[in-house]
Design a protein around this ligand. Structure first.
Ligand code: TYM
Length: 327
């Protein structure tokens, strides 16, 4: 069975982009792969966090993993900071990385706004992400499009280290991306990706949003003025994004949707989309509440950390041996 690893930052507002780009793949992969899914809390402190809210967020994201269908009997679910190996391997990888390649990371450039001085954690973040992946001899990493550059860096680091310290040191992983859903755009500005942290809450649909908020966000979504329901990302980014969302949630192809809404305006299309999204999220929200009430979360995360920790120890022992570290 192939080893799969992925993670999501516990920074609130997990949205349909996270779901369609990543979480949906988590669930699909768990039947025929050995899956490890992490709540990457060490990543979220690259920007200041309120400690109480962060702890709450960690549990919320863990509950959402289970709510969308990640099954702790099939997959390992745990919190990153519960396994110290992530930080340890991260240092070893840091010593094999270059400031040049890290400065070229698009996300760093955007988040640091190209200022002369930026938080060091933001700069080092892709190395920690590489450590997360390489720590588990991961073969497949299901993620959204925006993580492609970080996956490439991870591969570069693994290949570089294997070249110097022996080819059995690290497993070189591959990214896995959805055909549709890998890049869901913001509803208010469909040329930007949907994000957890955007100020306008109507720019996204969060998995736990109530129906009236979903309705508002979709009815307000930016579209163009020609009124034709047609997929054309370049000229009609707003409607194309809504078509993608409709298609992946309903299972109806984009071509079929274009036919269905030929001649009708955006109003009808949006009204139907509201229903599709509300219906798709209702069972997730129900399951989320069940998980939160069940009181099982802590036990699942504790067991997950033990399982993950044992795998991590094995990899670290091998890496340290090949590097000549320790006694
Ligand atoms: P994060 O927490 O920003 O996002 C979690 C996952 O959701 C995907 N995603 C999207 N997919 C489609 N459309 C969007 N608008 C959208 N926004 C986010 C992301 O690609 C991601 O798969 N660095 C990672 C977390 C991480 C990680 C890892 C992932 C840390 N270590 C190791 C995989 C393996 C991040 O910040 O994702």
């Amino acid at each position: 069975m192939k080893r799969v690893f992925s993670g999501i930052q516990p920074t609130g507002n997990i949205h349909i982009g996270n779901y369609l780009g990543a979480l949906k793949q988590f669930v699909e992969l768990q039947d025929n792969s050995d899956c490890i899914y992490c709540i990457v809390d060490l990543h979220s402190i690259t920007v200041p966090q309120d400690p109480k809210k962060l702890r709450e967020s960690i549990r919320n994201v863990a509950a959402l993993y289970l709510a969308v269908g990640v099954d702790p009997k099939k997959s390992t679910v745990f919190v990153q900071s519960d396994v110290p190996g992530h930080s340890e391997l991260s240092w070893i990888l840091t010593c094999c990385s270059y400031t040049g390649e890290l400065s070229r990371m698009t996300q760093f450039k955007q988040k640091s706004k190209e200022k002369e001085s930026a938080p060091t954690g933001l700069f080092m973040y892709p190395v920690l992400m590489a450590a997360d992946i390489l720590l588990y001899d991961t073969q497949i990493v299901p993620v959204g499009d925006d993580q492609k550059q970080h996956i490439e860096l991870t591969r570069d680091l693994a290949v570089r280290i294997n070249g110097k310290y022996g080819k059995d040191t690290l497993v070189v992983p591959e990214g896995k991306y959805m055909k549709s859903g890998a890049r869901i755009m913001a509803l208010d500005e469909p040329t930007n990706k949907m994000s957890k942290s955007a100020e306008n809450e109507f720019s996204r649909i969060s998995l736990l949003d109530p129906p009236n908020k979903i309705k508002k966000a979709i009815m307000r979504a930016t579209t163009d003025s020609d009124g034709e329901v047609r997929f054309d990302v370049e000229n009609k980014p707003g409607i194309s994004n809504l078509l993608s969302i409709y298609s992946v949630f309903s299972g109806i192809s984009i071509e079929q949707l274009e036919k269905k809404y030929q001649g009708s305006g955006y109003g009808d299309f949006k009204k139907d989309l509201v229903e599709v999204v509300v219906d798709a999220l209702a069972p997730i929200q129900q399951k989320y509440n069940d998980v939160m009430e069940s009181g099982e979360l802590d036990k699942i995360l504790k067991e997950g950390a033990e399982k993950a920790g044992a795998i991590a120890q094995k990899t670290l022992r091998r890496v340290k041996e090949n590097f000549g570290l320790g006694l």
